[in-house]
Write a protein that binds this ligand. Structure first.
Ligand code: SF4
Length: 313
């Protein structure tokens, strides 16, 4: 990547790619109780342009406050193989989960061009005994099925496919440049066939749009049939930076829902607890009905307490 990058333009799609020198790619997560101890985000910005994307604020750190910049100016992190291996060894020693894609999607369209995620995984393959998870909305993850299988021979690896609706027309409006939901299930199936553990992430669940029983059940059934080992869900989080973009979209595309969002969110980032509890109950009930294990995001173990590693290296 590096010698080629500088400023690269994809004129068809109107996207600019810039190289970003990051001190570390595998970063310790210290902020608050989190279900992972380390994070890896190979790209800043994401062309898939989900209306509800919670990572939009990360572009503000770069001084880019225009919401379109998040989708059109993508920063590609530089990788150094030896450095990555050393960082993964440090993470392994901690016994904590390394999560790829906690902010932006590691298999967004830029990955087809620059393969930073691929190089990160090639480094992870050299460090047996890791606990690794990958979260994505992209079918491109199936490209790495063989590599993930190799990693899985000596480490624990799970791929979380984020799918919010089975309705392709609604998905196109909510996640304009992400692959169709049915294609994401095909990718899930391909990974399961390769022996890679997968999980359905119904994240975020959007009030009035994707929270109804028919959609939730269809997602869970499709995941079960595609070989997922379980499902996880979370209701929409409207942090500043996301709130403005999402509410603007809602006002234009679904104006009839604006009063309901005002009632549920009351100007806050989290929806009312009674609504959240109700949705969580619904997901748990439906998951049990279709025979899939379900949990909430906060049910994952707090990674401040390292797990005992069972693998020997
Ligand atoms: S795929 Fe993920 S990172 Fe990309 S825009 Fe959508 S929510 Fe944001």
């Amino acid at each position: 990547m590096a010698p080629r990058l500088g400023l690269t333009l994809d004129e068809c799609r109107g996207v600019e790619y810039h190289e970003l020198h990051a001190k570390d790619l595998v970063n310790k997560s210290n902020a608050r109780p989190m279900p992972f101890g380390w994070t890896v985000n190979p790209y800043r910005g994401c062309e898939m342009a989900c209306r509800y994307c919670f990572a939009r604020y990360t572009h503000e750190f770069l001084g880019l406050n225009d919401p379109d910049a998040f989708e059109r100016k993508i920063y590609v992190k530089e990788t150094k193989r030896d450095r990555l291996i050393a960082e993964f060894r440090r993470a392994r020693k901690s016994g904590q989960l390394v999560a790829l894609g906690t902010a932006t999607d590691p298999y967004q369209p830029a990955e087809a061009k620059f393969e930073v995620t691929r190089r990160v995984l090639e480094a992870a393959r050299e460090v047996p005994g890791l606990l690794l998870s990958i979260t994505t909305k992209s079918t491109l993850v199936a490209r790495d099925a063989g590599l993930l299988r190799e990693i899985g021979a000596s480490s624990e690896v799970t791929v979380n496919l984020s799918i919010t609706t089975v309705d392709p027309a609604l998905a196109r409006r909510l996640e304009p440049r992400a692959p169709r939901p049915d294609l994401r299930f095909v990718a899930m199936n391909a990974l399961a066939d390769a022996g890679v553990a997968t999980r359905l992430f119904i994240m975020p669940i959007l009030p009035g749009l994707t929270d109804h029983e028919e959609n939730l059940k269809a997602l869970l059934v499709a995941a079960r049939d595609a070989g997922a080992v379980g499902a996880e869900s979370n209701v929409l989080f409207l942090r500043p930076g996301t709130r403005e973009t999402f509410l603007q979209f809602l006002a234009i595309d679904f104006p009839q829902l604006v009063p309901e969002y005002e009632r549920l969110y009351r100007g806050l980032a989290y929806a009312r607890p009674d609504y959240v509890r109700d949705v969580e109950r619904r997901v748990r009930y439906l998951a049990a009905e279709v025979g899939l294990a379900a949990r909430r995001r906060e049910d994952r173990p707090d990674q401040r307490t390292p797990r005992q590693l069972s693998l020997v290296w």
